[in-house]
Design a protein around this ligand. Structure first.
Ligand code: SF4
Ligand code: SF4
Length: 303
């Protein structure tokens, strides 16, 4: 799995950068998670967004503690403990910084033990192409498995609400940074899944006969003393030759009027069957038919 953390300040577009990167991974056929995490709700406050991508189902959730790549759009965040840029960096984790300084500056100044790679913006700070597209392009280059075509498509999809010329400028900016970092292509190594799916801790219950597993349905309660069968207009009759002994009619009968004999064949208690025909509707074998009760058939009118 690839785990990427992208740090910036509110308003610099790191959320969009993570979405572009996530979409580019998706276009490469990987499963993706991307989400932003904000601290103080104000423009300029430190924030980060993270992306997970894998060829398998991702079951990890929450923020990324041990990243495989960290991207920083603003180098003033590096020494800021609250920004957490250096949290969880291993000796092989690349720290990708958007800066015009050299990597050696950061290695010496912050006594860093990780790999540091810098990239510069292909346009003046504050001009129109977004920082987010460049950060996504830089990360895509280091990851090595995202093609230029899919990177450009991802920028187009994520910025689709903007005018066409702005989208084109952003695509060009992302691809320029992507080309700038081709010497470092593929240096990010995916790390193994840290959450394993074990056998669930549940009990396997054996299947029981309907008469045991749903005893309440077989307790007609007060109706035993009340001959509700006289209410019946239509009489359900079971063709035992067609019956497959599934027991569904017995389970669904709302009056508990169907019991199963020891061979699993259903028997209707006509003293209590009210003729609702739910059993007929539920029978998967169409083994139950309905017949008018004697005396309830429509009478022919005398001429
Ligand atoms: S007709 Fe209704 S009451 Fe009678 S056996 Fe079928 S489901 Fe039960
Ligand atoms: S639902 Fe139909 S097939 Fe199943 S036991 Fe009842 S009559 Fe037989």
């Amino acid at each position: 799995m690839y785990r990427i953390r992208m740090h910036g300040r509110g308003g610099q577009g790191m959320k969009t950068a993570s979405r572009i990167l996530g979409t580019a991974f998706f276009l490469e056929g990987l499963e993706v998670q991307d989400a932003p995490r904000y601290g103080a709700e104000r423009r300029g406050a430190p924030m980060f967004a993270y992306v997970r991508a894998d060829h398998k189902t991702i079951i990890e959730r929450g923020i990324i503690i041990q990243p495989d790549l960290v991207v920083v759009s603003d180098d003033s965040l590096i020494p800021m403990a609250v920004a957490g840029v250096l949290a969880g960096l291993g000796p092989d984790t690349p720290l990708l910084i958007c800066s015009s300084r050299k990597a050696s500056f950061y290695l010496e100044r912050y006594d860093l033990k990780c790999q540091v790679i810098v990239f510069s913006l292909p346009f003046p700070q504050g001009s129109r192409p977004a920082l987010s597209s460049c950060c996504a392009g830089a990360a895509a280059a280091l990851l090595g498995l995202i093609s230029a075509n899919n990177l450009a498509q991802a920028v187009g999809r994520e910025l689709s609400a903007l005018p066409d010329n702005v989208i084109t400028e952003n695509q060009q900016a992302a691809l320029t940074v992507y080309d700038q970092l081709q010497d470092h292509r593929g240096i990010v190594q995916p790390s193994p899944a840290r959450v394993e799916i074990g056998k669930p801790q549940w009990l396997d219950l054996p299947l029981e006969a309907a008469s045991i597993s749903a005893p309440a349905i077989h307790a007609p309660a007060t109706s035993l003393k009340m001959n509700t069968g006289v209410w019946r207009v239509l009489r359900p009759e079971i063709d035992h030759g067609q019956c497959i002994s599934c027991g569904l009619c017995s389970t669904y009968c709302p009056d508990g009027a169907i019991t199963l004999n020891p061979e699993g064949k259903p028997l209707i208690d006509y003293d209590h069957c009210k003729g609702c025909l739910i059993c007929l509707a539920q029978c998967p074998a169409q083994a139950i038919s309905a017949h008018p009760e004697q005396g309830t058939e429509p009478q022919e009118e005398e001429s």
